[in-house]
Every structure is written in C-alpha cells, then in structure tokens.
Design a protein around this ligand. Sequence first.
Ligand code: MN
Length: 250
Amino acid sequence: MNRPLIALTMDQSPATDIRPFSKGVNIYYLNDVYVRHLEKSKCLPLLLPTLKDLSFIPEIIARIDGLLLTGGNDVDPHAYGEEPLGGPWRMDTERTAMEIALIKEAKRQRKPVYGICRGCQMLNVALGGTLYQDIPQQLPNAIQHHSPNKPQWHYHEVSIFTNTLLGNILKTDRLQVTSSHHQAIKDLAPGLRVSATAADGIIEAVEDPQLDFFLGVQWHPEAMENDSSSLAILEAFLSHCRSAKTASLH
Ligand code: MN
C-alpha cells in the first residue's frame, strides 16, 4: 500500500450567505467534482477546513504527501497590497491567509503542490505576485473566461509551452479547457514561470522550476470528465506525492 495522502482545501459559506444550504451557520464545503476526480486514482483524499490558527500548518504539511488547492471564492486583494475593486463576488480572507501559509510551508518542505483555478492564483499571490481582480473590468478586450450560464461550462483553448513541467506532462502545445474565472494572474511572482497562456495573453498555468511538482492551472481539470490531459496532470502530481512519501519514510 503506497497511497499518498492528499489534502484538499475548502471554500467557505458564511452564516450570512443567502444560499439555502447555509441556514444561518458558517459552513466549509467543496464541490464534489474534486473528490470524484481524485477517486479515479489511488490516493487518500482528505478535506482540510480553513484554520485560523496557522501554527498547525507545518505539522499538517509534514503529515500529508501532497497539497491540492481547489477553486472557490476570490483571493483577498489585501494579500497583494490592493483594495478590493468591489462587485458581486465573494472573497475569502481567512482562506487566503491559510493558503499562503500552506503554500510557503509546502515549498519549504518540498511537498508537491497542485493548484486549480483559485489555487493557481494563490500560488502566485503566496510567492509575491498580483492578480487582476476582475478581467471584464480591467481587461475589456480579453476573451470570455467565465461561464455565463453556470452550471454549463465555458471552454477556450490554451497554448502549452514546451520544456516546462506541464508541457512534458501533456506532450501537446494546444488544449481545449474548461474556464470559470473572473480573476487572473497580473504580475508573476519571482521564481515562477508561465507554462500556458490563452489567446488574449491571460496566464493559464504557472510552475516553480526549482521544485519537483509545484504547478497551478487556471482551468478546471476536475470538471473535464475523463479527459486524458486532466488524468495525466493528476497522475503526475500523485506520482510525485508517492515519491515524497517514500522519501519521508527513509
Ligand atoms: Mn481561462
């Protein structure tokens, strides 16, 4: 048995949320597509709620074999030195703080990190980069990145760069992806490199070439059913998690 233990971060619905499932209480939740996606591979998924006490983070990172940062509400712009532009979007301040601590600690312990959508943006913010808070407001000429008719998915093409971790995993330079984001990476964090872009130049994937697996994708592989590219990224992530697990046993 060599199943890696993978922690998945969660979204938060505050007690004031008008959505019926909140019922006046604060709830942490995760879209089940992430769980179903991980179940396709041999790993042990574990949901990690948003902790306010960040002193737990080093021990959590030490005990898991990989960290998966899931999508969700907006990153708090204060984390990259900006005031929120405002609008109909929710942001999650506590989750932003915890994920910054998780990412820095995972990098320090060289544990594999995989960021999806908001998770990709978090990798950039945690390492000192910035975001576009709202693509339609700040980049009016950008292509459509957000699904106008959720739960129906919106798709667009991305270009994958060769000689990158992502390029080596996917072995293609073009991919049709699900897109559901209204924010995007603006200034790239020091040490990160871009491994995919959309036709409008929006950054669609980043990675840290100094680490074995530290990858963020702006799209939603978990929602692309049995797409071979999604499974290839997941398998590459889990393969590095297995290696990290084996290394920590010695
Ligand atoms: Mn996109």
